[in-house]
Design a protein around this ligand. Structure first.
Ligand code: CTP
Ligand code: MG
Length: 226
């Protein structure tokens, strides 16, 4: 197999606030995007990393990466879906890839065990994604009043990386109706008619979304060092 990681880092991080996009901020002495690249590079089954970044960010990203090697950088789009599509097309143009892991740069702490589970599941499937159970009770909101409860035993929180057979996810993206939005690639794969396998995700893989997520990540890294 030739396996490429597609790391999407072209977002603006509007919910996190701050002066620079969240994936460029430093956590535990290292830029978030550098953490993500290191985690992917450390896995022996990942052959190359391809980055998707915003317009005009290449010099900034190269500086944050230091000497880390990536196979390519592609300019993203206004939506995450568009950014992934741009990266997939760039990888397709280079050719020779069987499997792709599509990963958010905003999830810097990726355990190798999750990648192992995903790639193992891909032996019998076209796609696999990491998920976590929902711990809290769920209810519907009815304009400020509590509506019915929602059974949570068959509900899961979806993480990345999401792994796919490369040709299949490329075809699914190319076939997607661009007027519809999709928050992740598994939805696009499913919409193309393929089942996607669920594997266990990891709490440490949570996305940095809001300002407070950075303080939590900082604290977790500090406690891991002692
Ligand atoms: N992303 C991207 N291109 C976009 C939007 C998002 O490459 N047009 C990437 C982000 O950089 C991030 C990942 O997709 O690594 C997950 O998206 P999200 O957490 O929503 O990041 P942002 O869109 O940057 O943040 P926000 O939605 O708060 O603005
Ligand atoms: Mg977003």
């Amino acid at each position: 197999h030739r396996t490429v990681a597609l790391l999407v880092a072209a977002g603006t991080g509007s919910r996190a606030g701050g002066d620079i996009p969240k994936q460029f901020r430093v956590v535990g002495g290292k830029a978030v995007i550098a953490h993500a690249v290191d985690a992917l590079a450390a896995h022996e089954d990942i052959d190359a990393i391809h980055l998707v970044i915003g317009a005009g960010q290449e010099a900034q990203v190269r500086a944050l990466l230091g000497g880390r090697v990536v196979a390519g950088m592609t300019q993203g789009a206004d939506s995450r879906r568009g950014s992934v599509r741009a990266g997939l097309e760039a990888i397709a143009a280079a050719g020779g890839v069987d499997r792709v892991l599509i990963h958010d740069a905003a999830r810097p702490f990726l355990p190798g065990a999750v990648v192992n589970r995903l790639l193992a599941a891909l032996d019998d499937a076209q796609g696999a994604i990491p998920v976590l159970p929902v711990a809290d009770t769920l209810v519907r909101g009815m304009g400020g009043a509590m509506g019915d409860g929602v059974a949570r035993d068959d509900l899961f929180r979806v993480q990345t990386p999401q792994v796919f057979r490369f040709d299949t996810i490329l075809a699914a993206h190319r076939g997607w109706d661009e007027s519809r939005e999709a928050t992740d690639d598994a939805q696009i794969m499913k919409g193309w008619g393929h089942d996607v396998t669920l594997v266990a995700g990891d709490e440490g893989l949570e996305k940095l979304t809001y300002k407070q997520d950075f303080a939590r990540a900082e604290a977790r890294l500090a406690s891991a060092r002692t």
